[in-house]
Write a protein that binds this ligand. Sequence first.
Ligand SMILES: CSCC[C@H](N)C(=O)N1CCC[C@H]1C(=O)O
Length: 356
Amino acid sequence: MRLHKLVSLMREGNFDGALISPGTNLYYLTGLTVHEAGERPTILAVNADGDYGLLAPSLYENVIGDFPVTFWRDGENPYEKLAWILAELHLSGGRILVEDTMRADWLINVMKLGPFEFHPLSSLVRELRMRKDAKEIERMKHAAKVVDRVFEELLSWDLVGMRERELALKMEMTIRELSDGISFPPIVASGENAANPHHEPGDRRLRRGDMVILDYGARWKGYCSDITRTIAIGRPDERLVGIYETVKEAQERAYRTVREGIPAREIDRAARETIAEAGYGRYFTHRTGHGLGLDVHEEPYIGPDGEVVLGEGMTFTIEPGIYVPGLGGVRIEDDVAVQEGRGRRLTRAERELVRV
Ligand SMILES: CSCC[C@H](N)C(=O)N1CCC[C@H]1C(=O)O
């Protein structure tokens, strides 16, 4: 369990305790796989001595194994029980780290239990989570292999005439067959819809002359992959074929920039300069990438303001794109790990323009 690492950082930062609700931080720190049970408060309290206690709804009674836990039943007041846990841990006030995604109604009730000064848990945990160990990277490699395989498979499907949302569903089912599930709902953006980077797959049917952005991910033992490939159906507009080559070059240059010791913004700069030199600067409307791990989006963010200095074990995406309203768009994305001082691609699917 990694909770002791958090406790050391808490002591260094003069924090008195932490309140952690279900999510990837709870899983990362304790291995507990309890999911948020909607409105029912579920909170792990930890003090700076390393003592801890979990408040959980009784419907988890047969799920949580050997862990110090106080259950509450529907009809009881969970915050009375939380007050007992906090009193036992001598945590009835002070500087407290709180899970960033804790529901506001839980937090409002917690605030009534003492004079607390709250700080975001992520400010400490992100330092730990950013550098993946060998086991975490193995899991990410597996999740990456799954999306590579899905790409190969989908190229054999009869795409012409298929609706975007039918293709997204077929991709999702294939991902689920090969892994623990999707890391986010697949994006299928065809024709002019590809000018929207986060397009939600709809009823448009794929047709000859389309460029189609396919952005999807798998989850394996908690860890995510996230890949984007843009394919051509038949012969798309020559401007889009040119845009494809620019994006491919931007992605390659950004990838080659990856080195231990440089700030993340250098990677973004390499991609952004390539696209600007080709005259499409204003059509690259997002950051170049984001950290990847237990969450699809986490530190280090690869944007113009990315100050995190790259270190061994960091994992992130490199995904420049160009989106021209009324014409369409292109994005190419790989997952990359910093290993032995340089970047290594985890996703390896074909990056040359594939025409089907
Ligand atoms: C979690 S949904 C989006 C997944 C996608 N691969 C992605 O992260 N992006 C698509 C456009 C830019 C980038 C983003 O930062 O949202």
